[in-house]
Design a binder for this molecule. Structure first.
Ligand code: KG4
Ligand code: ZN
Length: 325
């Protein structure tokens, strides 16, 4: 079965062609980083306009690279939320138009579930269930439990900033550019974790996570230390603290929700330090997608659509900016 995936939930225009859920024939991602970089973050209206401009081209490129035509597509998968409403609407409208005009069914998918699926593209049944899956991206820091049937249960989430957002804001404080994740990742490789960052504790005893206190600490340290600041060490300390928090959160649930596999997904899972720390901690149980499937892409959408092929959507399908979880 040949599935076309479409992903436009944030600032990447992505289309992929995937055979039988795992064989990626093409995965095209057109980044809008240059458009949003001057603003230090994604500008929603600009993102929608860029998607409108780029999506037809990305679609044609994905078909050409996969060496297929529209007639070969058996199913379309599209992200319907969560994400930026205008951005989502571009992808969903495109999927509906293609579905209607070419008589191809489509399925509506949750972006967070697609991130979890990203680990299954390359590892498939090597990932034994039940599993715990962290989705750590620009918009989400959510820990899930996947039971034997791959049904998803939310275990814990951030109460304020997502980890990716903290990376981006940290880089913005230092005027280092956007997105901050890859920049901080590189800086930290030359540093040592010498700064002691605060580990947030929930006063109500909940399992929520929080990263806004860490963000405030970074800002205060940058303002206080000025020229004395060791940026590399602060970056390394920040990453160490993030890894400590995420790993501790998984361990907190290990007894109640025993997992045979641990997955790390979402844009932040491209981080070299986090990948290493998780591998050291969880060994053979640990699965992380290749960086190209960590950040937003449509191969993960097509892959999940294949699994959900029975759940066909209707042409009145809506978008949900703050969808579930
Ligand atoms: O999943 P994603 O592409 O989009 C969302 O759904 O949000 O994640 C984007 C986030 C950004 O915050 C970006 O800074 C972060 O992923 N990111 C990284 C790295 N590469 C991307 N964070 C840490 N280290 C990286 N190497
Ligand atoms: Zn994402």
């Amino acid at each position: 079965m040949i599935v076309l995936g479409i992903e436009t939930s944030c600032d990447d225009t992505s289309v992929a062609v995937v055979r039988n859920g795992r064989e990626v024939l093409s995965s095209i991602v057109s980044s809008q980083i240059k458009v949003h970089a001057p603003y230090g973050g994604v500008v929603p209206e600009l993102a929608s306009r860029e998607h409108i401009k780029n999506l037809p081209i990305v679609f044609q490129t994905a078909l050409r690279e996969a060496k297929v035509s529209v007639n070969d597509i058996d199913l379309i998968g599209v992200t319907v939320g969560p994400g930026l409403l205008g951005a989502l609407l571009v992808g969903v409208s495109f999927a509906k138009g293609l579905s209607f005009a070419s008589n191809i069914p489509f399925v509506a998918l949750n972006h967070i579930e697609c991130h979890i699926q990203s680990a299954f593209i390359e590892y498939g049944e090597k990932i034994e269930l039940p599993a715990m899956a962290f989705v750590v991206s620009g918009g989400h820091t959510h820990l899930f439990y996947l039971n034997e049937k791959k049904e998803i249960k939310l275990l814990a989430k951030t109460r304020d900033d997502a980890v990716g957002e903290a990376f981006d804001k940290f880089a913005k404080m230092l005027n280092l550019g956007y997105p901050g994740g890859p920049i901080i990742d590189k800086l930290a490789q030359r540093g040592e974790p010498t700064y002691k960052l605060p580990i947030p504790k929930m006063s109500d005893g909940s399992d929520d996570m929080s990263f806004s206190g860490i963000k405030t600490f970074l800002l205060r340290t940058i303002e206080k230390e000025k020229e004395d600041l060791n940026i590399e060490n602060l970056a390394a300390s920040f990453q160490k603290t993030v890894a400590d928090i995420l790993i501790k959160k998984i361990k907190r649930f290990e007894r109640e929700f025993p997992a045979k596999s641990i997955l790390l997904t979402g844009g932040v899972s491209a981080n070299s330090y986090l990948r290493k720390r998780f591998k050291d901690e969880f060994g053979e149980k640990f699965f992380v997608p290749s960086p190209k499937f960590s950040t937003d892409n449509a191969a993960m959408v097509a892959s999940l659509a294949f699994e959900r092929k029975g759940q066909k959507a209707e042409l009145h399908q809506e978008c949900f900016p703050t969808l579930f979880f």
